[in-house]
Structure formats: C-alpha cells, structure tokens
Design a protein around this ligand. Structure first.
Ligand SMILES: [Zn+2]
Length: 288
C-alpha cells in the first residue's frame, strides 16, 4: 500500500492505488468505526459495505467524509487536488480530469468546504442557520438567503507567528464596518463588491463581500491608505489579484475563497496536495 506521506511512485497511479492512499487518510491506524455512533470494529458485508454492531448502520469506507459528497472516484479526486494545487480554474480542472463543468464546480466546492471545516470558526459558519449551512443542507443558496446588505458577515485578517488567519467575526456585520467608517474614521477600500478596512483592534484588516443591497455610496473616503495596501499585509498582496479571478464571487462563497487563499498563503512554497487530500478525507462535521 502506498503511504500518503511517501513520495508517489513514478508514473500515473491506478484507481486501486489512489483508493489505498485515501483509505489510509480516512483510517490512519486501519481501525474502522461507525460514522454515526463511533462504535469500533464494524462487520464487513458483501460489496465492500460495513455494518455497525452498535446501531446497525450500514456504511462504506468513505461515508460521512467530504470526498463522499460527489461521485468522483479516488483517482479523480487526486487529480482534482493536484489541479487545485496548480491553481487551475474550474473549466481547466474539468477538462484535465475529464468531468463536466458542473461536477468540477461541485467537487471544488466540497474541497473548499473541507478546507474551511478545518478552521476553529467552522461551527459558526456551518451550523444550522449559519450563513454557510446551505452548503451542507444541499439546498439552493439563493432560495435560502436570509441575510443581505448591512447584515452580511465580516472576517478579520490576522498575522501571528508567521501564520495568517482569516476568522469569521460573528459580533460584526457589514453595518458595523459602515458605522466604524462614519463615526470612527475607519478607512475602507473598495474593490468591486469587496470592502477591506484599515487595522481594527488586533486585526490587520476587516474584510467582507457585499451584495447588490449593500449601500456602498454610504462609505466615506478618509485620506491615506489602509494598512493592508501600504505594504502592511503580504497576504492581501497575494489574495487581491486571486480574488479577482474567481467567477461569481458572492458573499456566501467569499469565506470559501478566503480560507483557500489563507491556506495557499500559509503553505506557499510547499506542495498543497497532501493537505488537500487530508481535508477531503476528514469527516463532515455533525453540527445539527
Ligand atoms: Zn453505529
């Protein structure tokens, strides 16, 4: 069996080898357990299925993992992770792997959710009723949009010990940013639908993605540059041109891209693929 931390053997992997790599990431010590009640040592059934001796739940090796969210094979998931590492866009990824644009879009969304789910603030973003819960419910985000304009979420960008963090700030909304801008002279720069501020408390910047109902005209211009655009934030220098490349940037997808860019920034100069595969093999959090 190929171990994921060992360099890949020369030549393309087979589907079986790819599956072994992902299995080792899902079950690091080989000990399987029920994804529903965590009872160990499920029975092996025909067709590779497993059954829990505790709750009788029938599952398979990838049940409850992010990579189970679409119908991609292990080999295609690995190719998708490699395409993502190389920053191919959705269309290029679809062409390289030989899947439809829609399938690539869904798989890339699952990958971005898997990255986001590793953050400490994931429960606040993915729990029922939270802005991103629609991605877990399988619903149509447009139909379930409950917040807009001044109620939209705000994120803080923070550099600590050589590591970049992007955190959801649940106590703030777009309205807070407009308020700070008006009443406390907080500088705000606008890039399309994205607003980024000067330093705020311990954060290098606050950042948000507005929608068409956000009153951008309400922003006041204060003299001088924001910290992030005066050489203060290598992350913003890295993220700004990349954010422009994302098609259909919306406030709801915005944190997916922010978390992706934070990961890319923190691992720049390293191969992203092992981290991506690890995230895909992690269990989808149960937040209900
Ligand atoms: Zn069980």
């Amino acid at each position: 069996m190929l171990h994921p931390t060992e360099p890949a053997a020369p030549g393309p992997l087979t589907e079986t080898q790819a599956r072994d790599v992902l299995l080792a990431l899902c079950w690091p010590d080989g000990q399987k357990f029920c994804p529903r009640c965590n009872t160990p040592s499920p029975y092996q059934l025909a067709g590779g299925r497993l059954r829990c001796g505790g709750c009788r739940y029938t599952f398979h090796d990838f049940t409850g993992r992010w990579l189970n969210e679409t119908g991609l094979s292990p080999l295609k998931w690995m190719a998708l992770a490699q395409a993502f590492t190389r920053e191919l866009n959705t269309r290029e990824t679809a062409a390289r792997i030989g899947i439809s644009y829609n399938t690539a879009f869904k798989a890339l969304t699952a990958l971005r959710l898997a990255i986001l789910a590793q953050g400490a603030d994931a429960p606040q973003m993915l729990a029922p009723g939270a802005p991103l819960s629609v991605f877990l419910d399988g619903g149509e985000p447009e139909e379930q949009a409950q917040v807009s304009g001044t109620g939209l979420p705000v994120y803080g960008i923070l550099n600590r010990s050589q590591r970049l963090f992007v955190d959801l700030l649940p106590e703030l909304t777009a309205e807070s940013v407009l308020h700070f801008n008006h009443n406390f002279h907080l500088r705000v720069a606008r890039h399309g639908s994205i607003l980024i501020t000067d330093r705020y408390k311990t954060y290098d910047a606050l950042i948000l993605c507005g929608d068409e109902t956000l009153p951008y005209h309400y922003l006041l211009r204060h003299p001088g540059l924001i910290f992030a655009e005066s050489g203060g934030s290598p992350f913003w220098d890295f993220a700004k041109p990349r954010l422009k490349q994302f098609k259909g940037l919306s406030w709801r997808r915005f944190p997916l891209y922010l978390k992706e860019l934070a990961l890319r920034f923190n691992l720049r100069g390293h191969d992203l693929t092992p981290t991506l595969l690890g995230a895909l093999c992690a269990p989808v959090p149960k937040l209900a």
